[in-house]
Design a protein around this ligand. Structure first.
Ligand code: PLP
Length: 383
């Protein structure tokens, strides 16, 4: 049975050339990058080359890029350090952020008495910019806005330019969780009013366990992981050279082929929308994921017209047919609380129906789209 992988927002298949690159680094560049001999120097060269590649792509400076272990660590670093080192007293975020942000800001509310405000999210899963402006205007102390660029569950897209300008006008710092957009969107950080962005290699066909954070050079933070002087003292610990080098190659591949890949993925998503509307007319799209302008071209989250009793068999059925996607309903398998994102804006009626997230990559094709919709239709039509 040919399997179908439509869960690329969870993680992506690592590029074969990236694996080759990492293997060669592991065998040929095993020196500690902090050693001054030739072994160390060749590892150091790889790390600094990767830093330059990422900085150049974003029109940033190499001194603004730090390597971390993942997106979650990068988000933690930004939020915790901003409170500790930049005198941030208020954080404005939304209830549809990833847990890597939501649970950290709640922790900061409990332990640092941060004033935590949530900006309203519409029934379409979109941030209410007017409400954000009102919250910013009311804020009388140092404020940090943390809003993700692309929502990992429903794909809704934030206007980074608009939010950056609002933050600048109100003297607030701006962090955007860009884990879902790195490799798919181009950013010119010299033009955007944005202080922190984050990335994670496994979301763009790179290895797991490696990420990065961009920190605007005008902001002075203290070390996040204390120890040696790695990452200019900000994050101690011997650097994972093979992971950094693998991430660099995956990053280069993504940006070199960005137009071609984005067009391909985008056309898969529109084909999916067109066919499912025709074959299952009662389908609902969660958030604004069927709107090109308001959502990412790679994520689709649908609410299926299936009664609760029958929905329990859906995951099993898809899995039996070799289809991998993500369950984003009110009651996910293994979770009683369900998706905090859908819970925050769907009606009770829709929360009682199963929702699924499909997220596409350059490796997917139209035949797979067709097969998945046929399987869904057969399941809905079956007794
Ligand atoms: N932020 C977003 C929007 C994500 O989608 C994810 C991963 O799903 C993360 C943060 C966490 O990234 P990582 O898995 O690298 O810790």
């Amino acid at each position: 049975m040919d399997k179908i992988y439509f869960d690329n927002a969870a993680t992506t298949q690592i590029d074969l050339k990236v694996i080759e690159q990492m293997k060669s680094v592991m065998s040929d560049n095993f020196g500690n990058p902090n050693s001054t001999h030739s072994y160390g120097r060749s590892s150091r060269t790889l790390i600094e080359k990767a830093r330059k590649t990422i900085a150049n792509q974003f029109n940033a400076s190499t001194s603004e890029i730090y390597f971390t272990s993942c997106g979650t660590e990068s988000d933690n670093m930004v939020l915790i350090s901003a409170v500790r080192d930049l005198n941030v007293k208020t954080i404005i975020t939304s209830k549809v952020e990833h847990k890597a942000v939501l649970n950290v800001v709640k922790y900061l509310e409990e332990t640092e008495s941060i004033d935590l405000k949530y900006v309203n999210v519409s029934n379409d899963g979109l941030i209410d910019y007017n409400h954000l402006q009102t919250l910013l205007k009311k804020c009388s102390n140092k404020c940090l806005v943390s809003l993700m660029h692309i929502n990992n569950e429903i794909g809704s897209k934030l206007d980074l330019n608009l939010v950056g300008n609002l933050c600048k006008d109100n003297n607030a710092l701006f962090h955007s969780d860009t884990v879902q957009s790195i490799g798919k969107y181009e950013f010119d950080l010299s033009k955007l009013n944005i202080d922190f962005i984050v990335g994670s290699a496994h979301k763009f066909h790179g290895p797991k366990g490696i990420g990065f954070v961009y920190i605007n050079k005008n902001l002075k933070l203290n070390p996040f992981v204390i120890g040696g002087n790695q990452e200019r003292g900000m994050r101690a610990g011997t650097e994972s050279v093979h992971n950094i080098s693998g991430m660099e190659l995956a990053f280069i591949n993504s940006y070199t082929n960005i137009q071609e890949n984005n067009n391909h993925i985008s056309s898969l998503k529109s084909t999916f929308i067109k066919k499912i509307k025709k074959d299952i007319p009662e389908i609902k799209f969660n958030g604004s994921c069927d709107d090109d302008l308001l959502s990412s071209f790679s994520i689709l989250n649908i609410c299926l017209p299936i009664p609760k009793e029958k929905a329990v068999l859906l995951d099993f059925n898809l899995d039996m047919k070799g289809i991998a996607c993500s369950r984003g309903s009110a009651c996910q398998s293994g979770s009683i609380t369900g998706s905090h994102v859908l819970n925050s804006f769907l009606s009770d009626e829709d929360l009682n129906k199963p929702s699924l997230r499909f997220s596409f990559s350059k490796h997917n094709n139209n035949k797979e789209v067709e097969k998945v919709i046929n399987v869904l239709k057969e399941f809905i039509d079956s007794n």
